[in-house]
Write a protein that binds this ligand. Structure first.
Ligand code: APR
Length: 180
């Protein structure tokens, strides 16, 4: 039985006061553009100094850092697949990002976390397929991680927000009972 709440919102992920935000990084973990650049700018230079000690990150894996000047306590850095047509293991690698990020969160008593749409920007993973993988993998993994209470899909565009909202509406998601 899953007890976590799943939410979709349109926001700049660097503004979210959750236990952890997830960064769509590259394998160097030394920053970049997109959400990676936004997170490093908002967290401050200490984040890069810390990430230099992590020794990079494989595609599909996840590593933890403090959030520094972010409102989030932690950043979970994960590296999504670069889209190459879909027959090079990209779907499985993207699923691994969501699974490993949630499992890492559970190991560190992180109870609320926000995901961007990993790989759907610079890495060109088709947005619809990515959203389905994100939601399916989060639902499956949360069933094994009851300590996680809240997962936010933080979309940057209205199109992405609508995409996730539509998918979540049709999914059998246990909504928290509405407080009477
Ligand atoms: N908050 C939330 N989402 C954001 C933000 C933000 N501040 N900025 C961008 N996004 C969204 C994008 O609109 C896209 O939907 O994050 C999603 C992921 O896009 P990218 O940031 O381009 O990440 P990705 O496609 O995984 O490519 C990773 O890009 O920035 C570099 O260093 C990064 O090399 C890595 C690559």
């Amino acid at each position: 039985m899953m007890s976590a709440s799943l939410e979709v919102l349109r926001a700049d992920i660097t503004t979210l006061a959750v236990d952890a935000i997830v960064n769509a990084a590259n394998s160097s973990l030394l920053g970049g553009g997109g959400v990676d650049g936004a997170i490093h700018r908002a967290a401050g230079a200490e984040l890069l100094d810390f990430c230099r000690t992590l020794g990079g990150c494989e595609t599909g894996e996840a590593k933890l850092s403090p959030g520094y000047h972010l409102p989030a306590r932690y950043v979970i850095h994960t590296v999504g697949p670069i889209w190459q047509g879909g027959n090079s293991g990209e779907p499985e690698q993207l699923a691994a990002c969501y699974k490993n990020a949630l499992e890492l969160a559970a190991q560190h008593d992180i109870r609320s976390l926000a995901f961007p749409s990993i790989s759907t920007g610079v890495y060109h993973f088709p947005a619809d397929a990515a959203a389905r993988i994100a939601i399916d993998t989060v639902l499956t993994t949360l069933a094994q991680q009851p300590a996680i209470e809240r997962v936010l899909f933080c979309c940057f565009s209205e199109a992405d927000r609508a995409r996730y909202a539509a998918l979540l509406t049709v999914k059998d998601v246990n909504k928290p009972e509405n407080p009477q």
